[in-house]
Design a protein around this ligand. Sequence first.
Ligand code: SAH
Length: 353
Amino acid sequence: MTTKVDLYSLLPHELEDYFLSIGEPKFRAKQVFVRLHKGERIADITNLSKALRERLVAETLDTLPNVEEKHVSKIDGMVKYLFRLYDGACIESVFMRYKHGNTLCISSQVGCRMGCKFCASTIGGRVRDLLPSELLGQVIAAERDSGERISNIVMMGIGEPLDNYDNVIKFLQLVNHPDGLNIGYRHISLSTCGVVDGINKLAEENLPITLSISLHAANDTRRSEIMPINNKWGVSDLLSACLSYYKKTGRRISFEYTLISGKNDSEADATELANVLLGAFRSSGAPIHVNLIRVNEVKETGFKKGTVESVNAFAKTLERRGITATVRRRLGSDVNAACGQLRRSNLLNKEEN
Ligand code: SAH
């Protein structure tokens, strides 16, 4: 069996090599790159001859995700997509309209092996990594479905982006390409649970993307209880990698802190978080920001969210210490918006039938 070529994962110069290898002129590369990234499938590119289109359809992989389910929030208009991939696996993406532009939250893996205790994406483990084309394909497919341009990307969906490092880097090059979607690196955020060797490698790429760290606890005992990655790299390893990232890229570091009732949401937890962050960053002057979100309750985990008052009090404690904090709006709370919940309910329905 010959392996099929994954056209959407190729940059224009790689597409040129491909077309030359099948006896086609080089200029096909740009022609096809532009049209595919606009959301057309090979079969739709009618300025290619019918014979060439048929050959490409037969010899290449159609990795553009298909909309399997689409849920529009009645509360805030957020759209949650369940996409089916070429091999039948499913992932989620979330489309949000903000004043500063449309944002798509994308998945990086089918499932996840990081084991965070509060997260629905990791319950069944990791099935496979997404291809660069499938990372990109979520953006193309969401633009195609919505008819709107996406100007910002956050990698906060299913999976750990730094556990799929090479494909994520390739995706960044593809999505940033001027002949394609041309989304600026400054409009892209990558969120990690704290894969320190990946953060160090990413710093070396020197791309001005925003790094977002899922911290969720300020001391090792508490963090290791809810995030197994912390047994490999503790809080101080993680924060020093963040500092190096800032020194290399000059980009502000953003911290995600999910508040779980009775676990990490007390006044003392807020004070400790402030002290730890100030201790790590104050002398360097690195700008940092904390995003607070109340945990989305996932049936299997048993974690409960606290009150709105408790999250506001937590934010105030950080701000009194000079740390900027925002309480994140819970978008799409009526459509299973928490990471991995839609994919999980789809899998469970299949098992029941
Ligand atoms: N693996 C990456 C990106 C995916 S998760 C990471 O860990 O950052 C995106 C964010 O959602 C992370 O901050 C994650 O900790 C958080 N998250 C996961 N499950 C959640 C839940 N049930 N409630 C609130 N936040 C959750």
